[in-house]
Design a protein around this ligand. Sequence first.
Ligand code: HEC
Length: 152
Amino acid sequence: MRRSLKAALAASLLAAIASAPAQAQQKPDEVLALRKGVFQVIKSSFGPMAGFADGKVQLDAARIAVLGARLSAVAPMAGEVFPAGSEKVEGSKAKPEIWSKPDDFKAKMTAFQTAAAKLADAAKAGNLDGVKAAVPDVGKACKACHDDFKEK
Ligand code: HEC
């Protein structure tokens, strides 16, 4: 491929990305895909740490630090994947109460993010006892939100 053509393609790709609609106007199925992806990353980082805390999974401090960094990177995103307009997407288990009781949902989200940040801090510091101590609060925060806001 000629260099100028490559450059033109790269430029048009960048333009397409830059002009992608802001999150609120994202297509509902894209919002759902992103939401599920965010929660899958949350699960895949928290799950092994929970297993470690239970003595069921062997992990070293370096791996725990990686998982903690991943959790702390993605936990704030969980609050951004329920925009207005994404209430009724086929294949979603999100309950309508997320949008009709936004203060309650936000409180549960914040409780989760706070607990996740504490776990991530312990993981980053290589404080394995701190990791074990921080896991239950995160698990409770997942459950508290799922009980009220996620279909079974
Ligand atoms: C503040 C609310 C809230 C918190 C906190 C929360 N979740 Fe969820 N989670 C949801 C909702 C709502 C859905 C359903 C999303 C949908 O289907 O549109 C969901 C979906 C999921 C899914 C399914 C994703 C998929 O592929 O369909 C997994 C896995 C998950 N959560 C794991 C977790 C874990 C693990 C935690 C804690 C570490 C957690 N969640 C914390 C609200 C929450």
